[in-house]
Design a protein around this ligand. Sequence first.
Ligand code: CP
Ligand code: NVA
Length: 305
Amino acid sequence: MTEHRDFLAIPDFSTDELEGLLRLARRMQRGEYRARPLEGMAFAMLFMKSSTRTRVSFEVGAWQLGAHPIFLTPRDVQLGRGEAVNDTARVLDRMVDGMMIRTFAHADVEEFARYSAVPVINGLTDLQHPCQILADLLTVQQHLGTLRRKRVAWIGDGNNMANSWCDAALMLDFDLVLACPAGYDPDPAILARAQATGRVTLVRDPRAAAEGADVVTTDVWASMGQEEEQAVRAVSFREFRVDEALMARARPEAIFLHCLPAHRGEEVTPGVIDGPRSRVWDEAENRLHVQKAIMAVLIGGERLD
Ligand code: CP
Ligand code: NVA
């Protein structure tokens, strides 16, 4: 196996590298980056779960950087018929220059990366959604100027998004307050590691989390793979809806983020997600810019300044 770097979770990059990646993504966002470091390469995208934003941003991004993207799902590939994860990794890496995977168990992505000789990027697991958090960080910088000392309020499930927010707070200088119902906390190890910074707090009252926040963000109550828990979760999360009253507790210039897809009337009201403080469309667009930055660096050898 040859030397390569993967991006499975935010701490796979150092703080300096994360800041450099965001600067590179910002150049891409402004149209200042025209290089094609993936010219002549192939990029495999393996989706064991549905996707709109991740699929299109990686596919368009790979193409813009010069690579040929290949979209694979369990309906098409033998992984869906039980071929081993590590066999799939060892075959794909003979033909492509980089891969992105979206799946259920985080351990499967780790196994893929262990067996692959080319870079592997995590496009979401049950545990982590690091590419989305980079897009969210870029959106905060874009609209609030800086992340430094900002207060981010996470409202709702301690899910893959919440875990990756905890990792981001571990690496970068901002405060994170999570309001999760009892029984729906983030991953204990990820939370404990982030809390050790002193900048991450877990509360039970969404109003306490939103108080004075610069960013209010949430996600669906039942993630992909948890559809059968929807009814139970709807009861547990009923006080964890981001509505106009909750936003009123945040700072006057506070923005609202949501990784999408959203369920209007559940975790967020239409008045908030479609309202003047919502930045969810820029956030979705920013997936393209950060995906390109990650691929350019890991696969194309682009240097970070
Ligand atoms: N936010 C996000 O990852 O969206 P998709 O599920 O559509 O890729
Ligand atoms: N937490 C959500 C994020 C979707 C982009 C899920 O895993 O389904």
